[in-house]
Design a protein around this ligand. Structure first.
Ligand code: HBI
Ligand code: FE
Length: 290
């Protein structure tokens, strides 16, 4: 059953687990060109900004040919590194199906790419967001363990009716996480590394808050999906992130969260370990312009 995500209907050509053949030959030269433009732009921009493990993982994508990666070739390399593989799906899939894939080290990647006139605006995760954004870190053993643990935790969260709490952990780590490396702020979240604008904003701008990650705090914090983040959470290492989640007992944590209010996205609590108190000028300017 699909919870949380809007009622999705499984397309005719999708299997029970929502996977579809990638059919790499169906991509046009123009679609490969969009991948190359995005890949080129981000590969130039990320050195010095992206986490070391992400840049090391990028090599997994340096496949023999330019253009949209062939998932068979990509999965062969990835499986050797951490046992993960990439499977093609038509787009967003129901939460329980998504979690089951992650719990079995299969990363579901959208089997389409944005149009050339939509380089910076994305409705739904396409193959560039999913493969360029998420796959390089799956070549890192610790992060690969974290993603599988997230899938297992996701399936359990459905039993507690707590998926929207756990989804925040995913949002503020896997999608929009920052990490401190040798005292420098770096990005590792897929939503940031795959975004031309946000990979600058997340590190350079004074506008957003940047707060040390704490599990229960993140799971209380709301987020927005339509613009740059107003708060980023920062980890010290992937080992630390994995330890915090695997050591946690989510049943009492979910019970505690029931009794606590959700926090608006720009909240700063007295007990927060704050790296940056954001000015929120970006969001305010956007609100005024709207
Ligand atoms: N489906 N294809 C796809 N990709 C996602 O990232 C995704 C999804 N379904 C649900 C989902 N993410 C989030 O709601 C998870 O946090 C559950
Ligand atoms: Fe994503």
């Amino acid at each position: 059953m699909a919870t949380g995500s809007p009622t999705l209907t499984r397309p005719e050509n999708a299997a029970d687990d929502w996977t579809v053949p990638q059919d790499w030959d169906h991509f046009t030269a123009e679609e490969h060109g969009v991948w190359d433009t995005l890949f080129e732009r981000q590969s130039k921009q990320l050195p010095g900004r992206a986490a070391d493990a992400f840049l090391e993982g990028l090599d997994v994508l340096h496949l023999s040919r330019p253009g949209i990666p062939n998932f068979e070739e990509l999965s062969e390399k990835l499986t050797k590194a951490t046992g993960w593989q990439v499977v093609a799906v038509p787009g967003l899939i129901p939460d329980d199906v998504f979690f089951d894939h992650l719990a079995n080290r299969r990363f579901p990647a959208g089997n389409f790419i944005r149009r050339a006139d939509q380089l910076d605006y994305l409705q739904e995760p396409d193959v560039f967001h999913d493969v360029f954004g998420h796959v390089p870190l799956l070549a890192n053993p610790i992060f690969g363990d974290y993603m599988q643990a997230y899938g297992q935790g996701g399936l359990r969260s459905l039993e507690f009716g707590a998926i929207h709490k756990l989804a925040r952990l995913y949002w503020y780590t896997v999608e929009f996480g920052l990490i401190r490396e040798n005292d420098e702020l770096k990005i590792y979240g897929a939503g940031i590394v795959s975004s031309h604008g946000e990979s600058k904003f997340a590190i350079d701008s004074d506008s957003p808050n940047r707060i040390k990650l704490q599990l229960q705090r993140v799971m209380r914090t709301e987020y927005r999906i339509d613009d740059y983040q107003q708060t980023y959470f920062v980890i010290d290492s992937f080992e630390d992130l994995l330890r915090r989640t695997s050591d946690a007992d989510f049943a009492p944590l979910y019970a505690e969260l029931e009794a606590l209010d959700d926090l608006p996205v720009t909240t700063i609590l007295p007990e927060d370990e704050v790296l940056t108190v954001g000015t929120q000028e970006y969001a305010e300017a956007k609100a005024k312009a709207a």
